[in-house]
Design a protein around this ligand. Structure first.
Ligand code: NDP
Length: 345
């Protein structure tokens, strides 16, 4: 039977304005880095994506190399669009990126105009779209002039293939420079996508040296606020470490830490220090009647400069649990203080 979106889908989600732009994003966005490759049953992917939209999640975040294999998350999302979500295309923000390794040879990595614009065309083909809403440079490339990379992003906008542009994993100083270039090119920087969680607080910090200019770095969240750029923070659940998944001290079968195809998280992350902190945070969550995943989301969203928390989910039950965070009261000053000793990098 044809998918019909839940008529109540806009009733419980909250939306936040992206910096000083005109566009709102849902406080929770769904990322397709994991769980949308060919190694995940298509039926599960479809269930998660449909449930997300039914819950008011209007933003889906992809990249050229999400899978595995590379490209398959975009292909699978294209199938979900074709089967279910296409009638709602104008209610949905679709993002993709280029900047990490995608193709063999010299034109499938980093920040050249050739790579970025070729990759965007390939992403549009895989998803069956004529434009994406946000096109990102996925990571900084010190070997390419920033003028060339930003010129490619602006060209995507002027060609009608992207409505907005973003940068990801850029330092504070490089973000300032990128925003200035994009302003001149008539395609203002909409959004920055950094990592942020209770266990990863670099965006709040003034690190010693900014790799872009060798000067003392400003905190990234201060910079995006000053520039009027939004912030969508990835891995707010620290890939599952800030959920109930590992609190027993082991990686359950099928979890990201147990999967051989997820090299960025493994059972070696489950140290005694980790368990101590995660269990203490879980106690704070329980005191609020929340799960740890919900507390982790409430915590990143306590800062109004964070436009959206970008989460992954391997099941509908996980997604529903995480979205439950939005029904909770904001964190009090006392709760934030109780979290502080355990919210350590
Ligand atoms: P999260 O920190 O949200 O981790 C998601 C994982 O946590 C899930 O796959 C699942 O793992 C587990 N999980 C999620 N919800 C729950 C729950 N309620 N209870 C228990 N376990 C739960 O983020 P990701 O690391 O997945 O990243 C999110 C998105 O951010 C990506 O999809 C991508 O779009 C973006 N991203 C961007 C990067 C960049 O460089 N720009 C880099 C990394 C991510 P399990 O599989 O074990 O069930």
């Amino acid at each position: 039977p044809r998918y019909l979106a839940d008529e109540a889908r806009y009733e419980s989600m909250t939306y936040r304005r992206t910096g000083r732009s005109g566009i709102d994003l849902p406080a929770l966005s769904l990322g397709l880095w994991h769980n949308f490759g060919d190694t995940t049953p298509f039926a599960t992917q479809r269930d998660v994506a449909r449930r997300a939209f039914d819950l008011g999640i209007t933003h889906f975040d992809l990249a050229n190399n999400y899978g595995p294999p590379y490209g398959s998350a975009e292909e699978n999302f294209g199938r979900i669009l074709a089967k279910d979500l296409h009638p709602y295309r104008d209610e949905i923000v679709i993002s993709t990126k280029a900047g990490y390794d995608m193709l063999p040879g010299p034109y499938g990595d980093h920040g050249s105009r050739k790579y970025l614009l070729g990759s965007l065309d390939a992403s549009l083909d895989r998803m069956g779209l004529d434009h994406v809403d946000i096109f990102y440079h996925h990571r900084p490339d010190p070997s390419t002039p920033l003028e060339e990379t930003m010129g490619a992003l602006a060209a995507a906008v002027h060609a009608g293939k992207a409505q907005y542009v973003g940068v990801s994993n850029y330092s504070a100083a490089r973000t300032r420079e990128a925003a200035a270039l994009l302003d001149d090119l008539g395609a203002p920087l909409l959004i920055h996508q950094p990592s942020y969680s209770m266990f990863n607080r670099h965006v709040e910090q003034a690190t010693v040296v900014d790799p872009y200019d060798g000067q003392q770095a400003e905190p990234l969240l201060d910079v995006v606020e000053d520039l009027g750029v939004g912030a969508i923070v990835f891995s707010p659940l620290q890939q599952g470490l800030l959920t109930g998944r590992y609190l027993a001290g082991a990686a359950p079968a099928g979890s990201r830490a147990a999967r051989p195809d997820s090299p960025f998280l493994s059972a070696s992350n489950l140290s005694e220090t980790y368990l101590e902190r995660a269990r203490a945070l879980d106690a704070v969550a329980q005191g609020r009647g929340q799960t740890l995943a919900q507390l982790a989301v409430s915590w990143v969203l306590r800062d109004p400069r964070v436009t959206s928390a970008l989460v992954g989910a391997s099941s509908v039950a996980q997604l529903e649990d995480t979205v439950g965070a939005l029904a909770a009261a904001p964190l009090t000053a006392e709760e934030i203080a109780a979290i502080e000793p355990y919210a350590v990098d």
